[in-house]
Design a protein around this ligand. Structure first.
Ligand code: COA
Length: 154
């Protein structure tokens, strides 16, 4: 399988990764991703896509500075919005997207990477832990959801 990592600029390529989302859910994702792409344009993050046979089948962001301190603009970067289309999961694409984001952060001089995952998302937590991420805190998100924060030395 030949996965190519590219930088994404087009919102439609990301939205089709959410076939199960409701219209309302998709609208919210659209607003978020539009903001994310604007931030990427300013250089505050990179939005990567995983391309297979000319089709984007996954996406993931690396953020260099966040308000909550999960990224500090210098030493700590943050993984955000990792996503693989449901038809393309369990083929190593999620891992490839994490590797690409770690490489980008390292190239820019970052020493650590953080990620926050909903506690109920066991698959994603297992993947992050296998790639060397370790839990450092648990907290509640904006909607009261239980989150786990993990960190890795790059
Ligand atoms: C989390 C997510 C991005 C993982 O993507 P993925 O492409 O399935 O990830 P990988 O294929 O690299 O790894 C997933 C599993 O496939 C296995 N795998 C990797 N390569 C494989 C291959 N070639 N053949 C079979 N299995 C493989 C991995 O060992 C891993 O197993 P695990 O479930 O025991 O951990 C994806 O499930 C997703 O989009 N979930 C919804 C959104 C989400 O939860 N995002 C993360 C929180 S922000």
């Amino acid at each position: 399988m030949n996965i190519k990592i590219v930088k994404l600029k087009n919102i439609e390529e990301i939205l089709w990764l959410y076939p199960e989302a409701s219209d309302e859910g998709l609208e919210k994702i659209k607003i978020d991703v539009k903001k994310d792409l604007e931030e990427a344009h300013k250089g505050n993050r990179v939005v990567f896509g995983a391309q297979l046979d000319n089709k984007i089948v996954g996406a993931g962001q690396v953020v260099f500075k966040t308000k909550d301190g999960m990224a500090d603009g210098k030493n700590i970067a943050h993984l955000h919005h990792g996503r693989v289309h449901p038809d393309y999961r369990n083929k190593g694409i999620g891992t490839t997207l994490i590797n690409a984001r770690e490489k980008e952060a390292k190239k820019r001089g970052f020493k650590f990477m953080t990620v926050s995952v909903e506690l109920i998302n066991e698959g994603a937590i297992r993947l992050d832990k296998r790639l060397g991420y370790e839990e450092f805190k648990r907290y509640k998100g904006k909607e009261g959801e239980e989150l786990i924060a993990l960190k890795k030395e790059l």
